[in-house]
Design a binder for this molecule. Structure first.
Ligand code: SF4
Length: 727
């Protein structure tokens, strides 16, 4: 037996924990995963980090690993059949060339992937879209999560990333935690919050649910869902009214304060009580605590971003930090904690419709000319469309010429993860060409004309960006199945077939090309990442003295053009679809600690799969359960104006009577059948956190259980799994 120890980075969240794998090289199997001494995790791992590698063994619990390309050889209605790589690449290149010729470059959209592939693959993807297709129609799942943070903070501070590092959280004196539950989404980041508490920090939590974080808080503001901006403006109101602000900082380092001061005059805690449901005394107390130190940190997650007013709330949170001088030094500032492991990286690499790699705007002539020279082509200067607008541009395009015809879905599963799934299915049906590139069969692949199988995390080299801007290496731990290619090689082959040769030898060659084009990343070479374990951008110099930047906006110098932080004054408005008689409760999507994203990876890990299974759970207040006469574990039917699904009742005092909560990874309990596709007008992020729905008792539980079981078997069969694994 040849045993090797191989260090890599976890694939399950932006905390970027380092994992040491023990590998049997002869059998090509992982034997064990233990926490390595990474900057964020210090030897610790959560259960996904410890047990989440089993999918690499292809246990075929939910889906089958793709081991060769599949093609519908006789048109849309024919089955997907195995084919050679030459056939698959030839088909993709021919169809994209035809569509481009007939309908133009903007009739196609390609996604990047924030999951396993890594930064180099995302760089090659966006280069392919821009240089070969001739469009900026490239986007990825940041659009459905932290796009609001990027858009809002770019305006307020000039940089859309976390201003501090994960380790700095534990030395904060105050943590204002809004719309974020670290124990479910980033357990190792949550550990720093606990440590901060142990060191004496005050913890304020704003969340409609009594989350694990709320339970250890000093003050829980259990606000009504959809009222974030009213609360944040009320906090600003108190800070100004009670003269808790930092006038020197405001005068020296910001602009726009007077307009903001005028607006928040209308937002006293008393006048907003009917919107937030919060006692004015609690809001005043929170404002006083937050403004009491220069080491106050604001952490947020999807409970801020996944609203139709997400960008406005992000800017308003930045207002709080600006007005109290909470920038410019360690353990202070703002922390949009990125969810998926490499969502920061996919943004860094320019898998966005408006930015080249390194946040260089496609509308900036100088930046565009630099990339044109490097890539040897003329590049488009108009931002592309966002992926959440794909349904609109397919089903209801602004003009017939603007209709989207082709969708290349790389490492995502919109038929499971996007809002309003029935509309998404209609969209996928209506496209001329759907290309899916993934490691597993998934719901979107059922609509694909061609499926391109890729190597998984653990089977290729690369770099991820953690939520705090840390570049860290991922390494090849196992040999991939024969018949799959790395994601960057797939794009390179199609590019070459379309007449733009890409001949990269390895990920380091790709990395060197991209850091050479991005001043903020220029100093982060493979050698330095290897030597120091992690390099946080900005890192502009290649010598070892430049180890990167732990916190941004040093001494109050912001990344905006004039170096000033920008106040934005915005009024609150109600969510788009509020409850009524027909749909009397609200639905919010949330996360759970044991599963990741659409579950194709964690659902195929034996230990994690044993935690929960279809159709998942809906969190309901016991009073609502009593009114509906439903008990723990019973199946209930949930419906909205867009669809329905079944789930199991989970009574809990942690939620209010007027709201229910579901996670989005279940096929049968698919909460995105219910969610609404209404978007924030700037970030284009859907309002996953608020729509009106109805919960009903299912009278015949036996019949419903039979339905769940047969539906589950049928989907698994469609995903290529033959054997019966129903417990
Ligand atoms: Fe992986 Fe995140 Fe858990 Fe760390 S906290 S082990 S990165 S899932």
């Amino acid at each position: 037996m040849t045993i090797e120890k191989i260090l890599s980075t976890c694939v399950y969240c932006g905390a970027g924990c380092q994992i040491l794998f023990t590998v049997d090289k002869e059998k090509n199997k992982i034997l064990e995963a233990t926490g390595a001494n990474g900057v964020t995790n210090q030897g610790k791992l959560c259960l996904k980090g410890r047990y989440g590698w089993d999918f690499l063994n292809d246990p075929q619990i939910l889906t089958k690993r793709l081991t060769g390309p599949l093609l519908r050889k006789n048109g849309r209605n024919s089955p997907l059949e195995p084919c050679s790589w030459e056939e698959a690449v030839g088909f993709v290149a021919r169809r994209l060339t035809e569509i481009k010729k007939e309908y133009g470059p903007d009739s196609m959209l390609v996604t990047g992937s924030a999951r396993g592939p890594g930064n180099e693959a995302n760089y090659v993807t966006q280069k392919f879209v821009r240089a070969v297709l001739g469009s900026n129609n490239v986007d990825h799942c940041a659009r459905i999560c932290h796009a609001a943070s990027v858009a809002g903070l770019l305006v307020s501070l000039g940089s859309g990333a976390m201003s501090l590092s994960v380790p700095e959280i534990e030395d904060a004196k105050v943590i204002f935690n809004i719309g974020y539950n670290g124990p479910d989404s980033h357990p190792i980041v949550a550990r720093r919050i606990v440590r901060a508490k142990q060191k004496g920090a005050a913890l304020i939590v704003a969340d409609p649910r009594r989350t694990e974080t709320a339970r250890i808080s000093d003050l829980h503001l259990q606000l009504k869902g959809g009222s974030n901006l009213a609360l944040v403006n009320a906090l600003g109101h108190v800070i100004i009214e009670e003269k808790l602000l930092d006038k020197t900082f405001i005068e020296a380092h910001t602009k726009g304060f007077e307009e903001y001061r005028e607006l928040v005059k209308r937002y006293s805690p008393e006048s907003t009580e009917s919107i937030t449901g919060l006692k004015p005394g609690d809001v005043r107390k929170a404002a006083r605590i937050y403004a009491s130190t220069k080491n106050s940190v604001i952490l947020w997650g999807m409970g801020v971003c996944q609203f139709s007013q997400g960008v406005d709330v992000v800017k308003s949170l930045a207002n709080l930090a600006l007005m109290t001088g909470n920038f410019g030094h360690s353990s202070t500032g703002v922390g949009p904690v990125r969810g998926q492991n490499n969502v920061q990286g996919a943004c860094d690499m320019g898998a966005l419709p408006n930015y080249f790699p390194g946040y260089q705007s496609v509308t900036d002539k100088e930046a565009r000319e630099k990339f044109e020279k490097a890539w040897g082509v003329k590049l488009p200067d108009k931002p592309g469309i966002t992926l959440t607008r794909v349904p609109e541009f397919v089903l209801h395009p602004p003009t017939p010429e603007k209709k989207l015809r082709a969708y290349w879905v790389f490492g995502e599963d919109p038929a499971q993860s996007d809002a309003d799934l029935s509309e998404m299915r209609e969209t996928l049906h209506a496209l001329d060409l759907v290309i899916v590139q993934d490691i597993y069969m998934n719901k979107t692949a059922e609509f694909a004309d061609v499926v391109l199988p890729a190597t998984s995390w653990g089977e290729h080299e690369g770099v991820y960006s953690a939520c705090d801007r840390s570049f860290q290496r991922i390494r090849k731990v196992l040999e991939p199945p024969k018949g799959v290619l790395t994601d960057w090689e797939i794009f390179s082959r199609v590019s070459t077939a379309m007449g733009y040769p890409m001949k990269y030898k390895n990920t380091e060659e790709i990395w060197n090309e991209l850091i050479g084009l991005c001043p903020s990343f220029y100093g982060a070479t493979y050698q330095k990442i290897e030597k120091f374990g992690a390099i946080q951008w900005p890192c502009r110099d290649r010598n070892d003295a430049d180890r990167g930047t732990s916190f941004l906006h040093k001494d109050g110098k912001f990344a905006t053009k004039d170096g000033k932080g920008v106040f934005t004054a915005v009024d609150w408005h109600a969510p788009v679809e509020v409850e009524d008689q027909e749909y009397p409760v609200t639905l919010s999507t949330v996360r759970e600690v044991g599963h990741y994203s659409v579950r194709t990876m964690t659902g195929n890990c034996r230990t994690l799969r044993n935690l929960e299974d279809e159709p998942g759970w809906v969190q309901m207040n016991p009073e609502l359960c009593k009114d509906l006469d439903v008990k723990h574990g019973e199946l209930v039917k949930l419906s909205s104006r867009r669809g329905f699904c079944f789930s199991r009742c989970f009574p809990t005092e942690r939620v209010k009577k007027d709201a229910v909560y579901m996670t989005y990874q279940w096929w049968i309990g698919a909460c995105n059948e219910l969610t609404i596709g209404k978007l924030d007008p700037v970030s284009n992020t859907p309002e996953y956190k608020y729509c009106a729905c109805r919960v009903e008792k299912v009278e015949d539980q036996n019949e419903a259980e039979r339905y769940i079981k047969s539906e589950y078997s049928s989907i698994k069969a469609r995903m290529g799994v033959d054997k019966e694994v129903w417990a």
